[in-house]
Design a protein around this ligand. Structure first.
Ligand code: ADP
Ligand code: MG
Length: 711
């Protein structure tokens, strides 16, 4: 079986209906491959019994218990008649508190035995858990365990079963799909699809580096027999990830060298003397910062030379990268060249298209927006205009990659928020013209030491200073329970005509999954809070936006917010990237402990986009992990994206699997740049050497690599 088969939709797995696959798709998981690349956020050792008595006297956050229990009683409490299940194991009694899950009386009947695990703590004179997992004890293996439950003594050995008796991977709760279900899906994907996969790396390389075979590594990372297997597997997968990145960079560098040099360097005016640029600048309403001018001059040198520009424009959120891109496009338009401007989300692309139109029309330049939803006659008309050269700048999402998108003469491709795109993806547009300059833009700065290894032969330009008059955003932390103060503050801002964002980690509140009962701590969701805030802020206009809404609905809401027709926007991280509404001065992020540093910084960057003082409130839920605490502290202390990126690397200490998963400054699945630089350097050497020996990847043993690169 080859790797492409992993690109089948998750819908193919048993037990996955449109509901589950919809939830997964909203989080960006659509294929079996993406499911397999889901890194466990940790592991739980369920090989031995950790009896209930361990939780005696244990304060929050409590202790992990793995045991066998007998169900003793069902009780109901409180005005809503919530269910409490009394259980015992061979060491103590405990209570399972089941808010809103009274159906569990049927699942966990009195007198039956179950394997049980959960986080237990001691309060109100009893051992309690609100979050737990169970599995029926099969009678064939249960006799000895049942005797222990009833008469105590030393705890027996747990027989292996689906969720117990081994080392269990822990997955994040995926948008309301419970962990047990995620585990089931991953297991199935491993069993049915991953088992027979060909290795993407050639055998000689695997031998030389003494790596685990691919399928073995995948199996071990999800289902290790020992924790040492996780390390081994992760190393293999990290090497592969970094090797493919480096091979991509090496490949890209060779391809760029093959591009023809300009025959004659045309006599073109300097950028600031170019007719379109001269018309646009006075109509901007602001003057460029010194940094913007310097960066444009750096571009100009490349663009007037005979070579081809390959540049990364780094600049913190709000530093004004977009206009730099537009002016570069205008400069090329004066030389008869078209530009394409690509953004990772439809929301952002549309915003760019509107701005491009506003900024470029004084020079008589034509901008078109290619949305994924555009079809029929409108689409044909757009494509025709593009091919005839009547359109100077095309703005869009991935949709611009499509085969039938042809240019008259494409001269520049600009990729915004480039870290959202793969290495090869971001250069794919270069195939749509003869000599296409490349400009990548990123608000997620990476430390200089890494730039070379991650960007290969691209040159880096940096926007350090922000537009004049910008004040630092004030960041405040608030414990959940104290959010009233935050809300009151925001209300005052709204009363002054300002606008606010409220961001939540998930879309829906109720996350009871399709089959098994799931432990779900109370997490605020965008939908539930939209209702709640609607009451609290009843004299203001609220909007709701999240990934599961239809494109045109998102667009309408976003447009209303940017025109000031919505005062308070409740959202998930869809507003994370690039959205620019100058009048918004408050960013409230609830459950801030659930976001990585990169996301927090990006979200905070949605405010502070004018001369108004802006505020960011990070509302967190206790208990916080050590890293969680550190993240919030750093956010409070600094607004500097470069510093944040470096801290982000530091915080990802050895073995900090969760840190890798949460971090977004550089998006790797398995590799950890805090600790894997050695692997990165090796992978780089190996990849470049391989291309020297087999430049076209023509040898049969490299055909898998070639397929991956071309794909
Ligand atoms: P980012 O670098 O995060 O992509 P943007 O390009 O969205 O930032 O710019 C942020 C805001 O600052 C935009 O509203 C933009 O029009 C404005 N802006 C850009 N350059 C300047 C400048 N030199 N002076 C004042 N405002 C500027
Ligand atoms: Mg931007």
């Amino acid at each position: 079986m080859i790797r492409e088969e992993l690109d089948q939709p998750i819908l193919k797995l048993p037990g996955v209906g449109p509901k589950t696959s919809g939830k997964l798709a909203a989080l960006g998981y659509t294929t079996i491959r993406e499911l397999l690349d889901l890194l466990p956020r940790g592991y739980e050792d369920r090989r031995t019994i950790l009896p209930l008595s361990n939780a005696l006297g244990s304060p929050p956050p409590g202790v992990r218990i793995v045991t066998v229990v007998e169900i003793l009683d069902h009780q109901f409490f409180g005005p809503r008649g919530n269910l409490k299940i009394v259980v015992r194991d061979g060491s103590a009694r405990a209570t399972l508190v089941c808010f809103g899950r009274n159906f569990l009386t049927g699942t966990l009947p009195i007198g039956k035995f179950f394997l049980l695990s959960g986080l237990f703590l001691y309060r109100y004179n009893e051992i309690q858990a609100t979050s737990f997992e169970t599995e029926p004890l099969s009678p064939s293996v249960g006799a000895e365990l049942e005797t222990w439950v009833q008469s105590g003594g030393p705890a027996p050995v747990l027989p292996p079963s689906r969720q117990f008796g081994g080392i269990l991977p822990r997955y994040s709760n995926l948008g309301g799909i419970g962990e047990a279900k995620v585990r089931f899906l991953v297991d199935h994907a491993l069993e049915t699809y991953a088992r027979h996969l060909e290795d993407p790396l050639p055998h000689w390389l695997i031998d030389k580096k003494k790596l685990l075979p691919y399928t073995v590594a995948l199996g071990q990372i999800h289902r290790p027999n020992h924790l040492s297997e996780v390390t081994q597997a992760r190393t293999r997968l990290a090497y592969q990830e970094l090797f493919l990145l480096q091979l991509g960079l090496a490949w890209q560098a060779t391809q760029r060298k093959k591009l023809p040099k300009a025959k004659v360097v045309l006599e073109v005016p300097s950028l600031f003397e170019s007719p379109s640029v001269k018309k646009i600048l006075p109509s901007l309403g602001f003057s460029l910062t010194k940094d913007q001018v310097r960066v444009l001059e750096e571009f100009e040198k490349d663009l007037r030379g005979s070579g081809i520009m390959g540049r990364l424009l780094q600049g913190d959120v709000g530093s004004g990268k977009t206009i730099v891109g537009f002016l570069t496009a205008a400069y090329l338009a004066d030389q008869g060249q078209q530009s394409v401007f690509m953004a990772p989300t439809e929301l952002l692309a549309r915003q760019h298209a509107d701005n491009a139109h506003r900024f470029l029309s004084p020079a008589g330049l034509t901008v078109a927006f290619l949305s994924g939803g555009l079809s029929g006659a409108n689409r044909s008309r757009l494509l025709e205009g593009l091919k005839a050269g009547r359109i100077h700048v095309l703005v869009g999402t991935h949709a611009v990659f499509t085969k039938d998108v042809e240019f008259h003469s494409l001269g520049l491709s600009i990729v915004d928020e480039q870290h959202r795109f793969g290495v090869l993806q971001r250069t794919a547009l270069q195939k749509k013209g003869e000599r296409v300059h490349l400009l990548l833009m990123s608000a997620t700065p990476i430390p200089r030491t890494l730039a070379m290894t991650v960007y290969g032969d691209l040159e880096v330009s940096t926007l350090g200073e922000k537009p004049p008059g910008r004040r630092d955003i004030e960041t405040h932390l608030a414990r959940m329970g104290n959010e009233k103060k935050v809300y009151d503050f925001v209300r005052k801002q709204l009363e002054q005509g300002r606008q606010a964002y409220f961001v939540y980690p998930r879309i829906e509140g109720d996350s009871s999954s399709d089959d098994e009962p799931q432990p779900t701590p109370e997490i605020k969701s965008a939908e539930a809070m939209f209702e709640h805030l609607g009451k609290m802020f009843h004299n203001f206009r609220l909007g709701l936006i999240h990934g599961r809404l239809k494109e045109d609905e998102k667009t309408r809401t976003m447009a209303a917010f940017s025109q000031g027709d919505i005062d308070l926007l409740v959202s998930t991280t869809v507003v994370e990237v690039g959205v620019d509404v100058a009048n918004a001065t408050c960013m409230v992020i609830e459950h801030a402990e659930r976001f990585g540093l990169a996301a927090l910084h990006q979200l905070r960057g949605r405010v502070g986009r004018s001369e108004l003082q802006s505020y960011c409130f990070l509302v967190y839920h206790e208990p916080l992990t050590e890293t969680g605490k550190e993240r919030l502290r750093i956010m409070k202390e600094t607004n500097d994206g470069f510093l944040l990126a470096e801290k982000d690397l530091e915080l990802r200490g050895p073995g900090d699997i969760q840190g890798i998963a949460q971090s977004g400054f550089l998006q790797f699945t398995y590799a950890n740049l805090g600790t894997d630089m050695k692997i990165m350097n090796e992978a780089r050497k190996d990849a470049f050497a391989l291309l020297v020996n087999d430049p076209g990847l023509q040898r049969p043993e490299h055909s898998n690599l070639r397929k991956i690169l071309e794909y």
